[in-house]
Every structure is written in C-alpha cells, then in structure tokens.
Design a protein around this ligand. Structure first.
Ligand code: URA
Length: 440
C-alpha cells in the first residue's frame, strides 16, 4: 500500500485518525528515506497539535519497535527489568540504579539515549568516561547482560532506527513535548529490550517535558498501558523536576556524583547533603524494581535491600565490573573543566522558583548539550547547585557554580542562570515532595 504524504499530513492536521496501515506506512517510509524530513516534521507538528488515539499510539509504538533489530533474553529464564526517565536536568539515577540491580543479580538490558531538548541523556554521561564503549554490537550487548547482569548500550543504527531519526528531528523542530510521540519513542525502545518489568520515572515541573503533575500522570498512564498491552509489568513514579536533581548537572560532573554516591560519600554543606535527592530517588526506583521482579516481598523491603546493596559497596563493585566489560574505562581519567565561575545572588530573599528548563538551556550554552543534531559536546561543562528551592539567601551569596573548558559563554550564561532563579521576600507557597505519586 502506498499513500500520498501530503494527504496524510492534511488528514492529521484536520484531526482525523489514521488507519493502522497508514501509520505503519509513515513509520516505514520515514525509516527507509522515502518520506523526507520536511514531511515528517510537518506530520509530527500535526500530531503535536492534534494528538493520537490509543489505537494509533499502540500501532505507532509497535511500528517503531519493528523498524529494526530486537534483543532476545527469554533464554535466561529470569526477569529482565529496566528503568526509564522521561527526562530532566541533572537526572542521573540510571548510573546508580543499574549497578544496584546488577548487584541483586537481576538482568538489566539498558538502551540509553542522548540528550533531548533541554534535558540530559545517559548516553552522553557514559561517553564522558574515557574508554567507555557505548556502541555495542547486539550480540556483545546480549553477552554482557548475560555475564554481568547489566549492560548499557546506545540505540545503534539497527535498533529502532525510526525513533533514532525521529528523535533527532523532534529535537530540532520543537515537537518533543507531545504525549503520543514521547510514548512511541520511549516504549518502542523498551519493547526491543525483551523486558518482563519496567519502572518509569515520569517527571513533572519546570524542567520536565510535562510541566504539570496532571500531564505527567496522563503520560505515565499512557506508558503503563502501552507496556502492559505488550506483556510488561510497569510501575511509574511521578517525580519533581522543579529544580535540578542533586548536586551537579552536566555529563562528567554527573558521573562524578554517581560514583561518589556508589562509594558512600556525601556532600554536606551546612545542614544539607546535596547528594541526598539523587540517592533517595535512585533507592526508590531500585526498590520498586526489586519488588516488581520478586526479589523483595514489599516495596519497603525492596528499598531496604537497595540501601544495603548500596551501602555494602556491592553496587560499586557492579559498576566497576560494567566499566571493565564495556571498556576498559577509567574513572580516574574523567575530564575536569579548565574554567569555572560563580553565579551569585543580586538580592536577598527566598529562592521561590527555579526555571529548570532555562537551566537546561544554559547548560547547552556552556557546551554540555547540543543545539543541532550531531553537534559535539564538552563533557566537562555543567553546573553545581549551591542553593535549593525555599532557601533563604543574601546578596552576594553563591547560587550556582558553572564549569566548562572555555569561558567564552560564561557572562551570557551567568545572566541567564540568574534570571532563571526567582528570589522574593517570602518563601514559596508550596514545596512539592521529590516523589509526588506512584502508579502501581
Ligand atoms: N525520552 C525518550 O526516549 N523519548 C522522548 O520522546 C522523550 C524522552
């Protein structure tokens, strides 16, 4: 069956539903190059405005999954679990959660993605570790998961090529934050991993693609339903991205934070441990995964076991083993920035709001993310949070430190960061918890 792209775009623009054949044709033609970028961009924008019904989303997700190779782990005769975040700033938990699960001897085949829009990507973080190999052949990836319990690979040209192309196109055409497109993108990749269980970290807030909790819940429900239709048991945590997670945002800096946490370190300033949110969320996600796959009899016991695997050093050993299998990679050579600067407050008051998306864009300005598909990034670029929502600050107080190999954008970026932090005379009306809701 062949269709006229113009007619299909018009159909979606008018809000009409596609047939399953039409959707499969769009995905397959885009993957093969028959449908050019400009028409796919127009169609994506029509979907952005008009949405898709459940049936369309399901066929779209399956067509993306079927656009390339799929992994096979059924011969392991044991659960395979992954976690996936919908994206945020400083969102680095995969590097802690994966090793905890491997330490519990649970298989985790993780396909990691690059930065998207203002959000960071696990793949870019892993690429900042000298020697770490992320482009594994499918057979090597399967062998590493089997031997090491944990493998982390990039979405190679052969895995979900439709999503790989569309992801890059959405990133530069402002069509990322669309529920059906996000659902298709995330779940198509997860469905190729041959999972039995999945835990989702669905973000809401100023640094998430879904800014309100209601939208995040809608997305979580959609992802969960799509997973369950395909035989995967899914739990979802709805988590707060109204400020960056933990201490650092930026690729090598985030790896450093995860390694410190795996080593049992804290970063206490005054009364506060800046590593606490990253540790807390990682333990919650791992706790859910352990409970889901039956390694713990309750969620509380799952979190207890995750805490033990972290504090005993077992998760650190699992991470070091990953560095050997996918390397040899050497954390001692993790690059550090040549330049750094302080962003200080120009008034006294309370930190009332943080525009976390603006901080994510400031990170791109520092070189930690991409403006156009394929642009190279500075692995050392990033920021360190030295304040949090609700803090009382005084004029001249350090709010955020910035890092990069070149300071050429520092003055512009510092101004953007300063205007992303709202300081006012009263504390914020409400501070939402890190984990706001759970869908089981
Ligand atoms: N993560 C993905 O993999 N895809 C999206 O579209 C958004 C977040």
């Amino acid at each position: 069956m062949s269709y006229l792209p113009y007619e299909l775009i018009t159909k979606k623009k008018l809000g009409e539903a596609h047939s399953a054949d039409e959707i499969r044709w769009i995905v397959n033609s885009y993957t093969s190059g028959k449908l050019p970028d400009y028409q796919m961009a127009a169609w994506s924008m029509a979907v952005w405005f008009r949405g898709m019904n459940d049936e369309e989303i399901s066929v779209f997700t399956e067509a993306m999954r079927d656009s390339g190779d799929k992994f096979s782990f059924a011969h392991l005769r044991a659960p395979r679990v992954d976690k996936h975040s919908t994206g945020g700033v400083g969102d680095k938990t995969s590097l802690i959660v994966g090793p905890i699960m491997a330490a519990a001897k649970v298989f985790v085949p993780m396909i990691a993605g690059r930065a998207l829009g203002h959000t960071g990507g696990t793949l870019d973080k892993l690429m900042s570790i000298p020697g770490f190999r992320i482009d594994l052949e499918p057979k090597e990836f399967e062998a590493i998961v089997e031997k090491n319990y944990l493998g982390m690979t990039s979405q190679s040209a052969r895995v979900c090529p439709a999503d790989r192309k569309l992801y890059a196109l959405r990133d530069v055409t402002s069509t990322v934050d669309s529920l059906p497109l996000i659902c298709g993108s995330i779940m198509s990749k997860k469905l190729t991993e041959d999972l039995t269980h999945l835990v989702l970290d669905v973000k809401f807030g100023s640094g998430a693609f879904m800014s309100t909790m209601t939208e995040a819940l809608q997305l979580a429900t959609l992802l969960k339903t799509t997973g369950e239709r395909n035989g995967i048991r899914v739990n979802a945590l709805i988590t707060n991205m109204n400020e960056p997670l933990g201490r650092y945002a930026g690729n090598a800096l985030e790896v450093r934070e995860c390694y410190d946490i795996l080593c049992g370190r804290t970063h206490v300033v005054g009364e506060r441990d800046y590593y606490a949110p990253t540790r807390e969320l990682s333990l919650a996600l791992a706790g859910h995964m352990l409970f889901l796959v039956g390694k713990a009899t309750s969620l509380e016991k799952g979190i207890e076991l995750a805490t033990l695997l972290l504090s005993s050093g077992a998760a650190l050993t699992a991470f070091e083993s990953l560095l050997k299998y996918q390397g040899p990679a050497n954390l001692d050579l993790l690059p550090t920035a040549k330049e750094q600067a302080d962003v200080v407050s120009n008034r006294s008051g309370y930190v009332r709001k943080i525009d976390t998306r603006a901080l994510g864009l400031a990170l791109i300005g520092l070189g930690a993310g991409r403006r156009t598909a394929g642009e190279s990034i500075d692995p050392t670029a990033g920021l360190e949070m030295c304040c949090r929502l609700g803090d009382q600050v005084t004029t001249g107080q350090l709010l955020i430190k910035i890092f990069a190999n070149s300071n050429s954008t520092f003055s512009e970026v510092s101004a953007k960061i300063l205007s992303a932090i709202e300081i006012g005379p009263k504390p914020p009306d409400e501070l939402l918890p890190l984990i706001a809701k759970v869908l089981t």
